[in-house]
Design a protein around this ligand. Structure first.
Ligand SMILES: CC(C)(COP(=O)(O)OP(=O)(O)OC[C@H]1O[C@@H](n2cnc3c(N)ncnc32)[C@H](O)[C@@H]1OP(=O)(O)O)[C@@H](O)C(=O)NCCC(=O)NCCS
Length: 175
């Protein structure tokens, strides 16, 4: 593997800010650009939100971030994935490798170090071809269209909804 995943830490604040700043143009068309957002994200970690940083195994550089958000357990065991990749690693396939590890972690049972989720959703604006390509590479199915779903770049944006359930994913290994 060219990448590994881990939880973010306070010591990441500076490297995170630099990665987001140098990737602002790339991220900004689709997602908010918040280089100083890591402290707040760390404060929000809990039962409903788990963030993973994807890092380059060789250099430790930040490849990307994935928020596993809106986690609801009980009979739903569902979450929504949101992600950004960072320069200079964007477009090298590392983000896709990292997302595979994140999905593994999401579906792995809690006693194996995973989140014990059953269903994952990715909501993507219809013109975001790179994100749709990533979701499809991971095996997510197109489920439907959700009009005016998220407030982004000053307007309520339509989204295509992709989803994957644990039955469709290779058996998670011990983490
Ligand atoms: C969506 C996003 C996370 C996708 O990340 P990415 O950097 O394209 O993902 P990867 O690192 O896996 O790179 C995949 C690309 O690298 C290419 N690639 C190069 N070497 C590769 C390799 N060894 N293995 C796999 N792919 C490789 C692939 O062909 C693919 O290119 P393509 O999309 O033109 O076909 C990224 O574009 C992004 O951050 N966008 C802005 C924010 C955003 O849209 N977030 C999602 C909102 S729903």
């Amino acid at each position: 593997m060219r990448v590994r995943i881990r939880a973010p830490r306070r010591e990441d604040v500076q490297a995170y800010a630099e990665a987001v700043r140098r990737s602002a143009e790339h991220i900004g068309r689709w997602n908010p650009v918040e280089p100083d957002g890591l402290p707040e994200l760390l404060d929000r970690q809990g039962a409903g939100l788990r963030t993973y940083l994807i890092e380059d195994a060789e250099t430790g550089g930040l490849v990307g971030k994935c928020n596993v958000a809106n986690i609801v357990m009980g009979r739903f065991c569902n979450a929504a994935l949101g992600y950004d990749s960072y320069l200079p690693f964007a477009g090298t396939g590392r983000m896709g490798e990292g997302m595979r590890l994140v999905v593994d972690r999401c579906f792995a049972a809690e006693d194996l170090g995973g989140l014990g989720l059953h269903r994952l959703e990715i909501n993507i604006q219809p013109d975001n071809e790179r994100s749709i390509a990533l979701a499809r590479r991971l095996g997510f199915r197109h489920e439907g269209f959700t009009p005016r779903m998220l407030f982004l770049q000053g307007a309520w944006r339509d989204h295509e909804r992709f989803a994957l359930t644990a039955e469709e994913w290779p058996t998670p290994t011990r983490i």
